[in-house]
Design a binder for this molecule. Structure first.
Ligand SMILES: Cc1ncc(C[n+]2csc(CCOP(=O)(O)OP(=O)(O)O)c2C)c(N)n1
Length: 325
């Protein structure tokens, strides 16, 4: 075991994947010698050469198209989109090509092994080009897997599973935690299965659910609620697509209440999908309406970031509303 922050854990995962399989290549804007704007690919070019870790021009559509072609030929491209806010120039390639490659070619080709890594989320005073959480746009596209880690050891295991996955994966990295989240990480190769949620804390009154950077936010709210005797079950979804319906439904059947938190705006956010599915699966077990604690329906603001974010206080209020309904 070694103490790593999330960036070091991601770098370590990429290093192990590249050592294990010559087909794994890393590329993106300033990813080569510079190691990426956050240094996630630091030293990989030195170690594996310019053919396996290299810079691209400033063209996200080109990065995604290039990744599609490489993956279709059997390589395992790990492409970095510098900020998730800049993934939209690649939207056509990802939605129309990456996600549909296997379907469209009658299973003759697929782009499994393709991973788009991209830092997402706010809380860093980065304004609207460095703060958005666009996971729901991609969750709406069958054929993609979507994964969001919450800490270094999870980031490593989930990224290695993504690179080894027979389907293309978008790996959203909570940039706020890149250096802030530090923990013990095994230096060995290991994978954490995709599509499986993690129950972090058992409870009986209310289920509180989030992913990525919002996990530490909901934990603060849960601690406040528990101090008042409210017993909370805490779930980290880990994968947005596919998401672990059974684990969430089992929990809500026990607690009868659900609070979902995500940083993306409320309307059309992934919490709506979860709420809809769970109200159908757990209808006769629900004691109160499912609560969504999300970002406001506005562009991500620079000046009013604190008002925008679904923080621990808003989450605590939702837990209280849910329990006192
Ligand atoms: C679509 C998009 N992708 C990525 C970025 C992030 N970004 C900001 S500046 C920059 C590097 C620009 O380099 P260059 O075009 O050589 O101009 P320089 O600032 O070095 O003069 C990048 C990648 C962006 N602003 N927009």
């Amino acid at each position: 075991m070694a103490k790593m922050n999330m960036l070091q854990a991601i770098n370590n995962a990429l290093d192990l994947a590249m050592a294990k399989d010559d087909g794994v290549v890393c590329f993106g804007e300033d990813v080569g010698h510079f190691g990426g704007v956050f240094r996630a690919t630091s030293k990989l070019q030195e170690k594996y050469g310019k053919a396996r870790c290299f810079n691209t021009p400033l063209t996200e559509q080109g990065i995604a198209g290039f990744a599609n072609g490489m993956a279709a030929q059997g390589m395992k491209p790990v492409a970095e989109i510098q900020f998730a806010d800049y993934i939209f120039p690649a939207f056509d390639q990802i939605v129309n090509e990456t996600a549909k490659f296997r379907y469209r070619s009658g299973n003759e080709f697929n782009v499994g092994g393709l991973v788009f890594r991209t830092p997402y989320g706010g809380g860093i005073a980065g304004g609207h080009y460095h703060s958005q959480s666009p996971e729901a746009y991609f969750a709406h596209t069958p054929g993609l897997k979507i994964v969001v880690p919450r800490d270094p050891s999870q980031a490593k295991g989930l990224l290695l599973a993504a690179i080894n996955c027979p389907d293309p994966v978008i790996f959203f990295e909570p940039k706020k935690l890149y250096r802030a989240s530090v923990g013990e990480v095994s230096e060995d190769y290991y994978e954490i299965p995709l599509g499986k949620a993690e129950v972090l804390q058992q409870g009986k009154d209310v289920t509180v659910l989030a992913w990525g950077a919002q996990m530490e936010i909901i934990q603060k709210a849960v601690d406040m609620a528990q101090a008042e005797g409210i017993s909370c079950e805490v779930i980290d979804l880990r994968s947005i697509q596919p998401w672990d319906v059974d684990t969430v439904a089992q929990s809500v059947m026990k607690t009868g209440r659900l609070v979902i938190n995500h940083e993306a705006p409320l309307t059309g956010g992934f919490a709506a999908e979860i709420a809809s599915t769970i109200q159908k699966k757990c209808f006769l077990h629900l004691e109160s309406p499912i609560e969504r604690v999300c970002g406001l329906d506005i562009p991500y603001p620079l000046a009013l970031e604190k008002e925008y974010v679904p923080d621990h206080l808003k989450t605590y209020e939702a837990i209280k509303r849910s329990v006192n309904f």
